[in-house]
Design a binder for this molecule. Structure first.
Ligand SMILES: [Zn+2]
Length: 435
């Protein structure tokens, strides 16, 4: 459950800092307005937060531009859905900063609680504004976790901040069916009921090879251009990323069609740490950014189909046994197979993972963790709590868990595929934000 802490007055900052904030906000709002004008002018009714940002001259950093674009897209989305016709003109100063531009840092002094660390036009020289919480806000914050993203707005000459806190919930009961889903590359979606959607690995492999060759040619060309002192061509393969997006969109539509009424879809949450972890596990085929894109897109599709969904921690879901809860990398003898080295339970690896995700529905202990590595600790703790014999086999603390060095990690994907997928990195600029 998310709770906003609004109207935190920023009246403890000195005049110079507030002046700087004014300047930043004025430039920022001008940019938001220009993006709004752009969307309005082009009638981009389907503009999205992670679309390429239109090239508009600005002194603001790429991070601020992304924020401004997101804010403009959000405004224009509600503008179009409310069927308004007059072009919106921004009059209030409101900055919706994500964690890339505004961070809340605890202060070490007695006089105030936090600093707002705001990126400015000068790189490496952020603006620090002191902030004091009212007692109720302090209490709320102590009970939950602060979400990234801070909104700043100015009313009657005074700046205010709004923070959002994620409060833990008691385990919710689903109203209807729970369907877990695992996102992968061999099968884009595998549900906890064993259905699979989007087998495009073969086509994808061919497209990846083609895209890699294209990139190589472009790099050669760039080397020539550089010698002649001319600007390089972009290495971004727009056609390829469009292909991926289309394939994902089609797959999501197929998946949504088969969902029973009153379903809650359980999917993996979008935490950067988990994403990194997951991308390594998926043999790096789906780069973290793409997985981010895919989940974001899926959520949008579910939203527009009015389907409920719930995000759970994805870490170790591919190594955890759905049956007994044992977590180990060896439970995955290969990409497609799950075979528990403790209880022998076996299943298609993706199907096991999607069932594990379903099991994590409403698991607040896991979702409250800040670091994915703690997830393994908790899972194994639970496992040993229920399977005391597992511990006594060799008398060790964690007999079944072997230390693996990074180099020994099994990689089942051939190297060319792996490197070529790095060319997909540009999708990262589609900037999925985690709110
Ligand atoms: Zn097992």
């Amino acid at each position: 459950m998310k709770k906003a802490l609004p109207n935190l007055k920023l009246n403890e900052a000195n005049a110079v800092k507030l002046e700087q904030l004014d300047q930043l906000a004025t430039g920022y709002m001008a940019l938001v307005q220009r993006y709004v004008d752009h969307i309005f002018g082009m009638e981009l009714k389907e503009a999205r937060k992670f679309d390429d940002i239109p090239a508009i001259e600005t002194a603001l950093s790429a991070r601020w531009q992304r924020c401004a674009w997101q804010q403009a897209v959000g405004m224009m989305r509600s503008f179009y859905s409310n069927e308004r016709t007059n072009k919106p003109v921004l009059s209030n100063l409101t900055l919706q900063g994500n964690a890339n531009v505004i961070l809340l840092e605890p202060s070490n002094t007695e006089t105030f609680d936090y600093w707002l660390r705001i990126s400015t036009l000068e790189k490496g020289n952020p603006l620090r504004i002191p902030i004091t919480l009212y007692p109720k806000a302090r209490h709320t914050l102590s009970e939950g976790k602060l979400c990234s993203g801070v909104t700043l707005n100015k009313q009657d000459g005074v700046w205010y901040a709004t923070l959002v806190v994620d409060l833990p919930q008691t385990k919710p009961q689903p109203d209807g069916t729970l369907v877990g889903m695992d996102l992968g590359i061999v099968n884009v979606i595998t549900t906890s009921q064993g259905q699979q959607f989007g087998q495009f690995s073969e086509i994808l492999k061919r497209r990846v090879e083609k895209s890699t060759q294209k990139k190589r040619r472009k790099m050669k060309l760039n080397a020539c251009l550089k010698k002649k002192g001319r600007p390089p061509v972009s290495l971004v393969d727009k056609k390829f990323s469009r292909f991926i997006k289309n394939e994902l969109g089609r797959t999501f539509n197929q998946f949504i069609k088969i969902l029973p009424p009153s379903v809650t879809v359980v999917l993996e949450n979008l935490s950067v740490k988990t994403m990194r972890f997951k991308s390594r596990l998926m043999n790096r085929i789906l780069s973290a950014s793409q997985l981010g894109y895919a989940t974001q897109r899926l959520r949008e599709k579910l939203d527009s189909a009015h389907i409920r969904y719930s995000s759970v921690v994805a870490a170790y879901s591919s190594q955890e046994c759905f049956h007994c809860g044992f977590v180990d990398a060896d439970n995955r003898p290969n990409q497609a197979t799950f075979r528990c080295t403790y209880c022998g339970h076996h299943d298609h690896a993706d199907a096991n993972a999607s069932k594990v995700l379903t099991k994590r529905f409403g698991d607040t202990e896991l979702s409250g963790l800040a670091d994915y590595r703690e997830v393994k600790t908790i899972l194994l703790h639970r496992f040993y709590g229920q399977n005391a014999d597992a511990r006594s086999v060799s008398g060790g603390l964690e007999p079944l868990v072997k230390h693996k060095s990074r180099d020994n990690r099994k990689v089942t994907v051939n190297q060319p595929t792996l490197t070529s997928f790095c060319s997909l990195r540009h999708l990262r600029t589609k900037g999925v934000t985690i709110q």
